[in-house]
Design a protein around this ligand. Structure first.
Ligand code: CP
Ligand code: NVA
Length: 309
């Protein structure tokens, strides 16, 4: 059997691969929007395929968008929570990978330790997809790039600004900047910078990734301003994080420094009036609901890519 095509991280996929996922996502979105609700996309490219979804952390968007995506492509999904499966009682990741591979056609996992994802991929004989780890969230950033390009045109050569914690989302944005040739400015307090090894990787790729504590300078003339929660799932020391991140809040003043046509993005869930004010979230520059919808279309692009469909 040929090696399965995993979707583990944006830095592990070629630029052509990422472009193929994005254009397939757009194509499947267009096909879907041309059809009445409740019908499936023409062709059902993943007819009969079953996706197992392992969740060791909470989720709304990732769970629902993957489940609906595989259904609309002709397949079905089943959900395993870490707690209710033997994984939660200590069955090893390699053994779980071997067994699930005998039943299902692909596995999506949301977990804490990135090494669990890598181990699952090593031992699975079916495609494994990263549905978020403590280290990265590539499916979300694929949906975000899809959204950017719908609103602003090609992302290559444009400027995108990340405000806040150098977390898992920031890492996937760094990977995307290197692979898709855009400028990424990361405005983070020094204590919450993205991991040094990811910054070193970006540098080794010749990526245009700039790290600063000056959030106002970072958003100046940017085409896209992004925020994320100050306290990610599994993070501790919430009070210290709030104090450090308060100056990075995306509010009307900060948005006024960006491009006049800049869009505001947030992967959600948001903590309203913490990392972003209601005024910005619900304002005319916000594209957060289209971004959330695009999880569905991007998930389809990723699933189809895993099976060369
Ligand atoms: N953005 C995102 O991954 O949302 P969920 O945590 O609801 O899946
Ligand atoms: N950084 C956030 C993203 C949630 C989708 C977290 O990991 O909790």
């Amino acid at each position: 059997m040929a090696n399965p095509k995993h979707f583990l991280d944006i830095d592990a996929v070629s630029q052509d691969g990422l472009r193929a996922i994005l254009s397939r996502s757009a194509e499947l979105k267009a096909a879907r929007l041309g059809q009445p609700k409740g019908t499936v996309d023409a062709g059902r490219p993943l007819d009969g395929h079953v996706l197992a979804m392992i969740f060791e952390k909470p989720s709304t968007r990732t769970r629902v968008s993957f489940e609906i995506a595989i259904r609309q492509l002709g397949g079905t999904a089943l959900m395993l929570s870490g707690r209710d499966s033997q994984l939660g009682r200590g069955e090893t990741v390699p053994d779980t990978a071997r067994v699930l591979s005998r039943y299902v056609d692909a596995i999506m996992i949301r977990t804490d330790d990135h090494n669990k994802l890598l181990e699952l991929a090593e031992y699975a004989s079916v495609p494994v997809i990263n549905g978020l780890t403590d280290d990265s969230h590539p499916c979300q950033v694929m949906a975000d790039v899809l959204t950017f390009e719908e609103k602003q045109g090609p992302i290559a050569g444009r400027t995108v600004t990340w405000c806040g914690d150098g977390n898992n989302m920031a890492v996937s944005w760094i990977h995307a900047a290197a692979k898709l040739d855009f400028e990424l400015r990361l405005a983070c307090p020094e204590q919450l910078n993205p991991p040094e090894k990811v910054m070193a990787w970006a540098k080794s790729q010749g990526a245009n990734v700039v790290l600063t504590e000056d959030v106002e300078a970072a958003v100046a003339d940017s085409a896209c301003v992004i925020a994320d929660t100050w306290v990610s799932m599994g993070d501790e020391e919430a009070t210290a994080r709030h104090n450090m991140l308060q100056p990075y809040q995306v509010n009307k003043h900060l948005m006024s420094l960006a491009d006049r046509d800049a869009v505001f993005m947030h992967c959600l869930p948001a903590h309203r009036n913490e990392e972003v004010t209601d005024e910005v979230m619900d304002g005319p520059q916000s594209v957060i609901w289209d971004e959330a919808e695009n999880r569905l279309h991007a998930q389809k692009g990723v699933l189809a890519w895993c099976f060369d469909k």
